[in-house]
Write a protein that binds this ligand. Structure first.
Ligand code: MG
Length: 395
């Protein structure tokens, strides 16, 4: 490119395809007048696809490099000025990521270059194991051994699971029990024995995080986290419901275990109070949900001013995962990112790339091609569509 030359590339359409993975993966394509096509992904949710198709009407004809302008226009057009309506922000996130892919392809550079350049060539991932085959210490131990043998160096397990002492033994009903039930001493003891079994199995070779899915009251969370403090946990995630930052601050001040939270928050303003009050030790934005790559970068930076690490929540296909990894590679305060598709054996068949598998020994190896650096394998994608007619529809 000659000095001073400005490249222009206009958005002409946006398409979507929804793939049935372990979640519904909402894939997005942004088509341009120069033939360049960007790919992105939005977090699942009712109404997201419809909102993507509404949002695109607001940006067709705009230059792909004007990402902030496109995002602000879509925010105002879908949910009003200053609003951070969750589903609308999620829909916009998918388009935003695809716009960055277009810009990377247009300039011929990988995404990490656009976010300040990479600090690391590979991005550390942790595996979300959920539970064992059952909810016993032995089944958790077996699962932990299994993933350690696969080379993972950071693990997360759910402990908000039915125990022999739970008041509800019906698993279908258990997940709907409100947070304010009483967590008995016997339950705390049982949960502690599960975490003890995992820690004993993995020793110090891997980091261990625990997820509570917003299940407990303040008093029970404090009791439980104090009991778990002996296991040198990487973090305990979402011990109490997400809406009350002061309540979370009380829990964090009462325990030594680092608390991680943030997967339900949107845009930078959604994180301000959490970070400013230091109500947790680790922030967990979901990038294809909370506003996209540039908005997530602002959250990384805000957290960095309080020396708080960021560990992105992630349940995406390879598209959303690798896009997020480009940003993580460029951020000082990146800690580790989630991998949640352990049970989807075709997860990285969904993309075409020179470097396979994308995740090896617990690290995601960043592609160096322009943009996100991978393309979709559309034959594989077609076999996993939620609705066959939805293959990159452009209504
Ligand atoms: Mg979680």
């Amino acid at each position: 490119m000659n000095g001073g030359e400005v490249r222009a590339m206009k958005i002409v359409n946006v398409g979507t395809a929804v793939v049935k993975g372990n979640f519904d993966w909402i894939l997005v394509k942004v088509y341009t007048d120069k033939g360049v096509v960007g790919i992105g992904e939005a977090y699942w949710g009712a109404g997201v696809v419809d909102l993507i198709h509404r949002a695109k009407q607001l940006i067709i004809g705009e230059d792909v490099t004007n990402i902030t302008k496109c995002v602000e226009r879509m925010i105002r057009g879908l949910s009003g000025e200053g609003s951070s309506s969750g589903t609308a922000v999620t829909a916009i996130s998918g388009i935003e990521i695809a716009l960055w892919d277009c810009v990377g392809k247009m300039l011929g550079v990988p995404l990490y270059v656009l976010f300040g350049g990479k600090i690391r060539d590979k991005v550390r991932m942790y595996i979300d194991c959920h539970a064992g085959d059952g909810y016993t210490p032995e089944s958790y131990r077996k699962k932990a051994r299994n993933v350690i043998e696969q080379g993972w160096t950071a693990l997360k397990f759910d402990i908000d699971v039915p125990t022999p002492y739970s008041e509800c033994q019906d698993e279908g009903e258990f997940w709907y029990i409100p947070y304010n039930r009483c967590l008995s001493s016997l339950e705390i003891e049982y949960i502690t024995s599960i975490v003890a079994a995992v820690r004993e199995e993995i020793g110090k070779v891997a980091d261990l995080a625990i997820d509570c899915h917003w299940k407990y009251s303040v008093k029970d969370a404090i009791k439980l986290l104090r009991a778990l403090s002996q296991f040198d946990l990487l973090w305990v995630e979402d011990p109490i419901p997400p809406e009350n930052i002061d309540a979370l601050l009380e829990v964090q001040k009462s325990v030594s275990v680092p608390i991680a939270t943030g997967e339900n928050l949107y845009r930078k303003h959604g994180y301000r109070e959490l970070i400013e009050k230091q109500a947790c030790r680790i922030v967990t934005p979901d990038i294809p949900k909370m506003g996209g790559l540039l908005e997530a970068r602002k959250v990384f930076d805000m957290a960095d001013t309080y020396y708080m690490p960021v560990a992105p929540h992630n349940v995406s296909s390879p598209v959303g995962t690798i896009a997020a990894a480009h940003l993580c590679a460029a951020m000082n305060n990146f800690l580790v990112m989630e991998f949640h598709a352990h049970d989807v054996d075709w997860w990285d068949d969904l993309i075409v790339t020179d470097a396979r598998p994308i995740i090896q020994e617990g690290y995601l190896h960043l592609p160096d091609k322009p943009g996100i650096g991978v393309e979709l394998n559309e034959e594989v994608l077609k076999t996993h569509l939620v609705e066959e007619r939805d293959f990159f529809i452009t209504v």
